[in-house]
Design a binder for this molecule. Structure first.
Ligand SMILES: O=C(CO)COP(=O)(O)O
Length: 254
């Protein structure tokens, strides 16, 4: 089954009103492959979601960077999945390593969030990835398998899930995983899905890579057989994001 190339831009906690308008103008003017070839989703901070959604070209979509684990209510400072649905925000990023590390989000909590968001009708970019210490101790595959298991235990339909493998040591460090390193983990994840979920889910679920992706390294990474796209941080705020979207063409010609 074909897996459409997916390029996500995670703007994290960045941007002013003016900067956001400039990024949207840059995206709107870009010539990129068609929606049949690449799915593009940008994720501004919550406060900018409505303006980005209403001014962004219709072939690009928006994602929130998080949402609450259950129905909204007395949870000061949180934004619920229902609110995102109400505003027609189709996607949400969940389990980003920055939230896992800084806000102590556990594997179980992330699994609960993914299940709840899917049940409300959102599409989810679920993030997993090992720290440098875990990689150096040889536990990369065990760590990402445990993170994926906590999601798989609560999710039965994977149609609306994109799995983002983001090694923590590669995020914002300029230290990108080599294409071989990325491919190795993506293949392990696909095998894990095959064994523990189903061969259909393993074949159809997009597994994207995140961590210091830029205009220079995207083609080689995207050319790996089990790399189905990217989740881009820093470079998604810059014109080189367009080059990263265009890396989808490596799959078209493959
Ligand atoms: O965390 C990331 C995307 O979610 C990756 O960030 P960088 O591309 O800045 O390394």
């Amino acid at each position: 089954m074909g897996r459409k190339f997916f390029v996500g831009g995670n703007w994290k906690c960045n941007g002013t009103n003016d900067e956001v308008k400039k990024i949207v103008s840059m995206l709107n003017a870009a010539e990129v492959p068609s929606q049949d070839v690449v799915e593009v989703v940008v994720s501004p901070p919550y406060v900018f979601l409505p303006v980005v959604k209403s001014s962004l070209r219709p072939d690009f979509h928006v994602a929130a960077q998080n949402c609450w684990v259950k129905k909204g209510g007395a949870y000061t400072g949180e934004v619920s999945a229902e609110m995102l649905v109400n505003l027609d925000i189709p996607w949400v990023i969940l389990g980003h390593s920055e939230r896992r590390a800084l806000l102590n989000e556990s594997n179980e909590f992330v699994g609960d969030k993914v299940a709840y968001a899917l049940a409300q009708g959102l599409k989810v970019i679920a993030c997993i990835g090992e720290t440098l210490e875990q990689r150096e101790s040889g536990s990369t595959v065990a760590v990402v398998a445990a993170q994926t298991k906590a999601i798989a235990e609560k999710v039965s339909d994977w149609t609306n899930v994109v799995l983002a493998y983001e090694p923590v040591w590669a995020i914002g460090t300029g230290k990108v995983a080599s294409p071989a390193q990325a491919q190795e983990v993506h293949l392990e994840l696909r095998k894990w899905l095959e064994t523990n979920v189903s061969s259909e889910v393993a074949a159809s679920t997009r597994i994207i890579y995140g961590g210091s992706v830029n205009g220079g390294n995207c083609k080689e990474l995207g050319g790996q057989p089990d790399v189905d796209g990217f989740l881009v941080g820093g470079a998604s705020l810059k014109p080189e994001f367009i080059d990263i979207i265009k890396a989808a063409e490596v799959k078209k010609s493959a």
